[in-house]
Write a protein that binds this ligand. Structure first.
Ligand SMILES: Cc1cc2nc3c(=O)[nH]c(=O)nc-3n(C[C@H](O)[C@H](O)[C@H](O)COP(=O)(O)OP(=O)(O)OC[C@H]3O[C@@H](n4cnc5c(N)ncnc54)[C@H](O)[C@@H]3O)c2cc1C
Length: 567
């Protein structure tokens, strides 16, 4: 390696561095990030059509990807909303579909889901057909905002003549109490008038919450109506209980919130001996997303396993590259680049290499491929070259999380690309390392299902000048630094597995020699450590201890100078 050039190049690295439980007819109790106890319909390729098309109720479907950090942090918000809207189930239901499950992939492709998570509103009696991919609903950062986005959408649906069996979400101006009752069916005993601003969603939410209350109606009244003057209302929103004999009672909820309004209405009805609807509270069974099998503490090491690499490779080929309707131009080239570096630098065992070469050669014969064609090709070639993988039952070992919501594919992808850069660097007569970085950039940009991660990665790649890396060992270190930058950003994030905290890799305990005085990195030692962990000779079939290190390509002089740059 050219030391002087290395030193001057280094500032470019500026930064501091399903299990599914089958119930019946394709329904499952749990998949990916959600279980039935979360009050969502778990959609799969086997129940999707039955649960989606021709239903009396509308649906809000979340297409997500269980390994995307953004989806993981969004899940608690979606679950919180789902719990709040369970009683709306005759009007609208919440569904979730995990696009990282291979069998669900065709649906995600049909629905043209390109970013995760994606929310789509599907109106009642939805019909399967070309272009019927639901309407996008904005992802909000709180359950309340999510709910108000949904209510706004439902209000506009009613304006366009849909949701006719739902209570009216419309706001009107009234000049008298009798005008209100004239607009209601004869069997209504009490109307709860919510006087509010046209943009408020409290009245609509109460109407939806109380949709199954018999002989009761919630009526939205514009704050600018004459009725506000008649009732002498000065503060909005306000709520008035109005009996069919037109006796108004102004209510005093503690706070101007839906919750407070509902509490006040329920207390009022209770005092009138009202018989509340009997509600199905849903399954009380506690089903968690936690792993049921014991988490092996001994796996907390840096060792890389074939199983992790192969499972990642398989997932990328089966579910990520196939989710496009059509692949041409830059994305197709990115796929070819990815396959190319896999062919040259993946520590192949068995028939993987032949399989990848066949896939590469076939894909190269055309300028455009559809996602389904690629999916078919991948499967056919896998059968033709069987066995491609070391086992039929590939599992994450290094990348197994302490719970199913942690780690997995994203960990596998880092592991795969570190392995590729390190193994490319072991071939002294080539410069495949920088090609791996380019392929990784193309893969992440075009295929990585974690949209947010892809955006962050591209920004970092531009900042740290990924395409300026020209040497194999620089490529290894570039990726190590980039990964540490991501670790630093995500330390303490909700996506962090508590058993695997985001540290600056490698840890002091695993590689004491990787750090110099005052915490500066000892780059040659780091380089050597990366070789030990990711080098083809050290990839594990079964658990064993790390073997001894390969010789460092850095001289003592380099060590001192390089480490200065990392202080
Ligand atoms: C390209 C990319 C971008 C991402 N961007 C985001 C994002 O913006 N937001 C988000 O929430 N998630 C993002 N992720 C996911 C995130 O980085 C982790 O993969 C995820 O949180 C799981 O973390 P983990 O504990 O399994 O360890 P990971 O960070 O996935 O690391 C896997 C393993 O690699 C080893 N390792 C760690 N650091 C290094 C290093 N510097 N060099 C070599 N080996 C190392 C460790 O053994 C570790 O266990 C991204 C993933 C990728 C592949």
């Amino acid at each position: 390696m050219n030391i002087r050039r290395s030193i001057f190049c280094i500032p470019m690295f500026i930064a501091l561095v399903n299990s599914a439980v089958i119930v019946n007819e394709g329904d499952v109790d749990q998949q990916g990030l959600y279980s039935k106890s979360d009050r969502v319909d778990i959609l799969t390729n086997r129940n999707f059509e039955r649960k989606i098309y021709g239903q009396k109720h509308a649906l809000l479907v979340q297409f997500y990807n269980s390994y995307c950090g953004h989806c993981r942090s969004f899940a608690p918000r979606f679950k919180a909303m789902a719990t709040e809207v369970t009683t709306w189930k005759n009007i609208i239901r919440l569904g979730v579909l995990d696009c990282s499950v291979e069998e669900n992939n065709e649906i995600c492709r049909q629905f043209e889901v390109m970013a995760y998570p994606s929310l789509r509103y599907l109106h009642e009696f939805y019909v399967k057909g070309n272009g019927n991919i639901g309407e996008k609903v904005h992802i909000a950062d709180s359950p309340e905002k999510l709910k108000s986005n949904l209510i706004t959408k439902m209000q506009s649906e009613q304006v366009s003549g849909r949701l006719i069996t739902a209570p009216s979400l419309h706001i009107d101006s009234y000049s008298s109490y009798s005008a209100v009752f004239k607009s209601l069916p004869h069997d209504i005993n009490y109307a709860f008038l919510v006087l509010e601003n046209v943009n408020s969603t409290i009245g609509s939410e109460l109407a939806l919450d109380m949709n199954d209350y018999q002989h009761i109606r919630v009526v939205r009244v514009s704050e600018t109506s004459e009725l506000s003057n008649i009732a002498n209302i000065k503060q909005f929103p306000a709520v008035i209980a109005l009996s069919s004999t037109l006796e108004p009672i102004l209510m005093y909820p503690k706070e101007p919130t839906k919750q407070s309004f509902l509490k006040a209405i329920n207390s009022f009805l209770k005092s009138r001996n009202y018989v509340f609807p009997v509600r199905d509270q849903g399954s009380q069974e506690i089903i968690t997303n936690e792993n049921s099998d014991e988490y092996p503490a001994t796996l907390n090491t840096d060792l890389v396993y074939y199983s992790d690499l192969e499972k990642t490779l398989k997932t990328s080929l089966h579910t990520e590259i196939t989710r496009f309707k059509s692949l041409t131009g830059e994305p197709l080239q990115a796929l070819l680049d990815y396959l190319d570096v896999l062919i040259t630098s993946f520590p192949s065992r068995g028939n993987v290499k032949e399989y990848l070469m066949d896939l590469y050669t076939t894909l190269k014969t055309r300028k455009t491929w559809s996602g389904s064609e690629i999916y078919e090709l991948v499967n056919n070639l896998e059968t033709e070259h069987a066995p491609v993988y070391t086992t039929n039952n590939l599992e994450y070992i290094r990348c197994k999380g302490s719970q199913t919501k942690f780690r997995g594919y994203t960990c596998g992808l880092w592991t795969l690309f570190h392995t590729l850069t390190v193994n490319a660097a072991q071939k002294l007569d080539t410069t495949d390392g920088p090609k791996v970085l380019k392929a990784m950039h193309g893969y992440v940009k075009n295929f990585f299902g974690c949209t947010d991660c892809a955006m962050h990665f591209q920004a970092m790649a531009a900042r740290n000048r990924i395409f300026d890396v020209k040497e194999n060992d620089k490529a290894v270190l570039w990726l190590w630094i980039a990964h540490n930058e991501v670790n630093l950003r995500l330390a303490g994030d909700v996506t962090e597995d508590p058993v695997h905290p985001k540290i600056q890799f490698p840890s002091v305990s695993r590689c004491p020699e990787c750090r110099l005085a005052r915490g500066a990195w000892n780059l040659p030692a780091v380089y050597q450590y990366l070789q030990n962990v990711y080098g083809a000779d050290n990839i594990q079939m079964m658990r064993r201890t790390i073997t001894s290190a390969a010789a460092s390509p850095f001289s003592n002089l380099d060590i001192g100078m390089l480490s200065l740059l990392y202080m």
